[in-house]
Design a protein around this ligand. Sequence first.
Ligand SMILES: [Zn+2]
Length: 399
Amino acid sequence: MILLLLLFATAAQAATIHTDFEGGRMGRVEEVAKDHFRLHVIGQTDQAGRNRQASWYYFRADGARGRTLTFDLVDLAGEYNYQPNRGAITRDTPPYISFDQKSWQAIDDAQYDETGPSMRFRVSLGTKQDRVWIAHVPPYTNANLQVLLRDVSRLPYVRVESLGQTPQKRDIPLLTIGEGKKVIWLMFRQHAWEAGSSWTGEGAIRFLTSNEPEAVAIRKGVIVKIMPMCDPDGVANGGVRFNAAGYDLNRNWDIDDPAKMPEIAAQKKAIYGWLDAGNRIDAFVTVHNTETNEYLAGPPDRTKKTRPLLERFHEYWMAGKTFAPSSPEPRVEPETTTSGMAGRMNVVQGLYAARQVPGFLIEMRIAKHPKLGGARPNIADRMLAGREMVTALWKALND
Ligand SMILES: [Zn+2]
């Protein structure tokens, strides 16, 4: 009886790690000591087993009331565009934690060890907290998007449709807002780990559908076509940057393979179909996240016809509170990410090569941000970035 009670008490004290929720992801868990876990980040490789990135994890610890848990994240090294790298989890990108899965806070005091590399951090729970969620950045799942779509699809000036289905039979949504003469296409979340892209998209959509005078004016002047979730399978499965068949959805725009990449096929059909029907595209924008860089890049346009729009867009957004580019000048995309190899054009490169679409690629940093007093971007900052990005582009198009 005493032994049983002791066993029960010991079992009750062991914290447990869980990933059985949307976007949840973690590999092997080793309990190296009481309240101390070594966590193997799974990462993801492409269709050929290359370009491993370990930039997504999302898990929950249960049964940790009033205790301090120590975590070591390991298996972090990776490869990007076929070049080895130290991975996306570095001293610049410690985790975010949440006690309610809604508000998130960045941890500052993680210890990064370059030799592994590995990252150690601790989380302390109060006596009223029994569980804690931990992720690379504040998560945004298909469930978040459903709430947004439910809210905005009621509005008379918003149309929501499906462009087709993913390999795992999820819809690929398209929103249409506004009725003006000019046309903007916006694309978010081509890469599953980049949840900040989706929060930026949510901010843009909440603003564009609001009754604010500036939003009403934009809706009168422009049609905005928005692809808010380009890799719904990856987001659901806690993937990193490849779709369910292993393909990078922001590469491969120079090849056609609807069986392996139905997402790209559906997006191309919508965009080229729009142009083939005699409509215009004044600007196309895709929004991404990266570790410490931030930039706006224009299309690989040798004629330089798109240069003035690129410069105005860059300048107007830079004047706001959310965009702090790593260099003062906007970038220009090269014609491909890997020369001499098929399947290596991103969406901006592919659309320009095929139809001279003026496309722009945005990378927003997840590390400490100069315009946030050195804090790391959180959900409200991302949403404001979406609003400022759309407003800057609108202004640039009207000069
Ligand atoms: Zn990306």
